[in-house]
Design a binder for this molecule. Structure first.
Ligand code: NAD
Length: 433
């Protein structure tokens, strides 16, 4: 089943179970604007054309907000699913944003830095009229980063034909993208925010379950930006990181009473270009401390917590029975399919859903946007404090709703998001249920 169909089905199931307004659901499942572009790039004296999109799903709660992804497997359906998820995530986090997503179908690893810059700028030119600080605010996603945001921001500025020296507009140009480099108006702590937020949510759950985090083992699929920062904070908080993987392979500690040191692991991975051989514990990396396992073995490890920080659909009906962890954290959007989530829940496992577990990223983006508009600077400590406060509140709301209706965290998070959107829908069209 496609990712989009899976998101739509879960919304329709909530409509049936909780008597949501049929017109609201019809409205939510439509798309306000879908922009399809052809992005040209000349390489070795030959023209390549890459398909690109910006999907503006819904603005019931505010300006469109969503990342820009570069990936070879993109299509319009994936873009639509991710944009719809952004609408739900922003609603759950109670942000004044609607949902959007954009991207180019390209394998960026096959481009030089110069080609990547040209492609990013060409894409932005095509969507420049449809974005802006009070319209649609993009951010980085898979295979895009702060540097790419700064190229795009520069192209956006050119498209507005505003002289860069015009100071009165400068902060509004900054507010047109989030996830920017700090010196271009980025937020201290934004890079860490999604992994940090995942940790806040995990800590709240562990606290409610009255478990001792020092005794809990974690396996993390996807040692990229989100996965690394999640590991960094979890390790600092006392959890044991016993296995990690990336697209090239997976590693595990030899003794389950020990933990990888994620910071050393990252340094080692950067030097070697892969995780294999980076068995870093304490302040030492040593070949005797760990071993390589098959990538697909990670999800089946006998750990307490499984963190999914790579891509969508990795736990599905074909492999769900292999999962032994009691707690599964969906940091990557749509990492667990609906059917797989139902199966895990029926076995008494807890799935912390994407729109809750990875909400730290978009909440920090909101702080960045607000700070840009108000021309303010926020310290990293302040950002982490504000993130913790907001995520704690959302976790409690979701957890209370789950207990009240005896439903899973995934269903409760979705119900809360849908309820907020439905209230805005009824107000907008002056309708009554
Ligand atoms: P990233 O590209 O930095 O990291 C992804 C990692 O997953 C890479 O290390 C890659 O090698 C690895 N990977 C890919 N396929 C894999 C596989 N089959 N098995 C194991 N590892 C695999 O991306 P990121 O920014 O860390 O984002 C990760 C996920 O989190 C994405 O789904 C993204 O949409 C989601 N997300 C990110 C943010 C954010 O702030 N960056 C916010 C919300 C959601």
């Amino acid at each position: 089943m496609s990712y989009l169909k899976s998101v739509i089905d879960s919304i329709k199931a909530m409509e049936a179970s909780f008597g949501l307004d049929a017109d609201f659901i019809k409205y939510l499942l439509s798309y306000e604007k879908v922009i399809e572009v052809a992005v040209p790039l000349v390489r070795n004296n030959k023209l390549s054309i890459f398909p690109g999109w910006r999907v503006q799903h819904n603005s019931l709660l505010g300006y469109y907000k969503g990342g820009i992804r570069f990936a070879d497997n993109l299509d319009l359906d994936i873009m639509k699913a991710l944009a719809l998820e952004m609408t739900l995530k922003c609603a759950l986090a109670d942000l004044p944003y609607g949902g959007a997503k954009g991207g180019i179908k390209v394998d960026p690893k096959k481009l030089t830095q110069d080609e990547l810059e040209k492609l990013s700028r060409q894409y932005l030119k095509k969507i420049a009229e449809d974005i802006g600080p009070f319209k649609d605010i993009p951010a980085p996603d898979i295979n895009t980063n702060d540097l790419i945001m700064s190229w795009m921001q520069d192209e956006f500025k050119k498209s507005l034909k505003i002289n860069g020296k015009n100071k009165s507009f400068a902060h509004l140009i900054k507010a047109s993208f989030t996830g920017k480099p700090i010196k271009k108006g980025g937020l201290k702590g934004r890079e860490q925010a999604t992994g940090f937020g995942g940790n806040v949510i995990l800590d709240k759950l562990i606290n409610d379950l009255a478990l001792e985090k020092q005794k809990l083992n974690i396996a993390v699929q996807g040692f990229g930006n989100v996965g690394y920062w999640f590991c960094h904070f979890a390790y600092k908080n006392g959890y044991r990181i016993v296995s990690v993987s990336d697209s090239r392979g997976a590693i595990i500690v030899n003794s389950t009473n020990s933990s990888f040191n994620p910071d050393l692991l990252l340094e080692c991975k950067r030097q070697k270009g892969m995780l294999s051989g980076c068995y870093c514990i304490g302040s030492v990396c040593d070949l005797s401390y760990g071993k390589t396992i098959k990538q697909e073995e990670l999800i089946a490890l006998n750990v307490d917590i499984l963190v999914l920080a790579a891509v969508e659909g990795v736990i599905n009906i074909d492999n769900v029975d292999q999962v032994k962890a009691k707690i599964i954290i969906e940091l990557a959007n749509g990492a667990v399919t609906n059917k797989a989530e139902e199966k895990l829940t029926s076995k008494g496992k807890i799935v912390l859903p994407d729109i809750l577990a990875n909400a730290g990223g978009v909440i920090a983006s909101y702080f960045e946007w607000l700070a840009n508009i108000q021309n303010l600077q926020l310290s990293k400590e302040k950002v982490f404090m504000m993130l913790t406060d907001r995520l704690t509140k959302i976790f409690k709301e979701v957890s209370d709703l789950a207990s009240r209706h005896k439903i899973s965290f995934k269903k409760a998070a979705l119900l809360l998001a849908l309820t907020r959107l439905q209230t805005a829908f009824l107000k907008k069209f002056k309708l009554k249920i």
